[in-house]
Ligand binder design. Structure first.
Ligand code: ZN
Length: 198
């Protein structure tokens, strides 16, 4: 009896070991929640788009990133010791793909949320087609990513300039946001459509 149980336990352990050894991963990607997900590296909101990436930690936690460059910046800082798996998305189809299985195209001029300029593709052929279409871009396999320079394209971040804060005047106008957008709830009276509000 006892012996039998031992055998059973052993069999279960063997099965577990085997399934791990065969690369059957228990980690899977989850969907982006645009309302609550923030990039674990730069703290920006994560858009549910082709640039989102994620790390599933060995303890089951998920770290979301808004740009694959942020994921590699995070990995450079924290290492991958606690990382169970990581995922990127196909640029066209948006499906999640294991980071190590995807192909990447880099050009400084490609627009990504944090301006790292690296795009991910599930298929090598799609990545190559994209390069041909754009007339620029360097193809990289996943194992080249850790050595990639991960430069932010500064030209793209220049929006902030010398900014005029239009901060002087007192706003004390009280009523009426006169601009058509949203709100439409309050503001009694007969809703004039299309502005001219205040
Ligand atoms: Zn980020």
């Amino acid at each position: 009896m006892r012996n039998r149980r031992m055998t059973l336990a052993l069999a279960i352990i063997m099965a577990a070991v085997l399934s791990v050894a065969c690369g059957r991963s228990e980690y899977s990607a989850r969907a982006v929640n645009e309302e609550t997900d923030r990039c674990a590296q730069c703290n920006m909101a994560v858009a549910d788009d082709a640039h989102a990436t994620q790390i599933v930690m060995k303890d089951g936690r998920t770290l979301m990133f808004d740009d694959i460059g942020c994921m590699y910046a995070w990995l450079a800082e924290h290492g991958d010791g606690d990382v169970g798996a990581s995922f990127v998305r196909d640029y066209h189809g948006l499906q999640w793909v294991k980071t190590e299985k995807a192909y990447y195209v880099y050009d400084a001029s490609f627009k990504t949320p944090m301006a790292y300029g690296v795009l991910s593709f599930a298929d090598k052929a799609d990545a190559e087609a994209f390069i041909a279409e754009q007339g620029k871009g360097v193809l990289m396999a996943a194992d080249e990513l850790p050595d990639h320079a991960w430069k932010v394209n500064r030209d793209m971040g220049q929006a902030h300039g010398e900014g005029a804060h239009g901060d002087d005047g007192t706003h004390g106008r009280g009523a009426g946001h006169g601009d058509g957008g949203g709100h439409g709830r309050d503001a009694g009276g007969d809703a004039h459509e299309g502005g001219a509000g205040a």
